[in-house]
Design a binder for this molecule. Structure first.
Ligand code: NI
Length: 165
């Protein structure tokens, strides 16, 4: 299995747009296995490949209904209705930011074998998939904040990390 390490902000990998996966082979499967293991070990409900330093459009998600893996995912439709949720991120430890996102999304992508998946997602799954697809674009929760809120959030994060000494 691949040896992968979780990347924490401000690691530059987190700010880059990830590349499309073109080859569906054993290496991809091995990356997916390592990513899901890392996600579970860290009590995450979602993980995107840039968070382990890989420029590849791969996400793993488990919101309590089993592991879901999507390769080259993209959102093909969004509900007009949005709602907000406090979101955390494995790459931003100690931080929770209220984010408004569409309530329902339809996502298209591939499974690890390259088969087409089209999926309607709602609730926590919809939020999580949108969050992970943001990672593939190099976008973090902090990018939803204005510069003032951002400085405040990062400082707050530092202090909450300090408490864990
Ligand atoms: Ni995240």
């Amino acid at each position: 299995m691949e040896q992968l390490k979780l990347r924490i902000y401000p690691d530059p990998c987190l700010g880059k747009k990830a590349k499309e996966v073109e080859i569906f082979d054993k290496r991809l499967l091995s990356i997916v296995e390592a990513m899901s293991e890392l996600m579970y070990i860290n009590n995450g409900i979602g993980l995107a490949a840039p968070q382990v330093g890989l420029s590849a459009r791969i996400i793993t998600v488990d919101v309590g209904k089993g592991l879901e893996v999507m390769v080259n995912p993209s959102i093909v439709s969004r509900s007009e209705k949005s709602d907000t949720m406090d979101e955390g991120c494995l790459s931003l430890p100690g931080l929770a930011i209220k984010i408004a996102r569409p309530t329902i999304v339809e996502v298209e992508g591939r499974d690890v074998c390259g088969n087409l998946i089209i999926k309607k997602c709602e609730g926590l799954l919809a939020k999580c998939i949108q969050h992970e697809i943001d990672h593939l674009e190099g976008k973090l929760l902090l990018d939803y904040l204005n510069p003032f809120q951002r400085v405040f959030a990062v400082n707050k994060k530092r202090s909450s990390q300090n408490k864990k000494l």
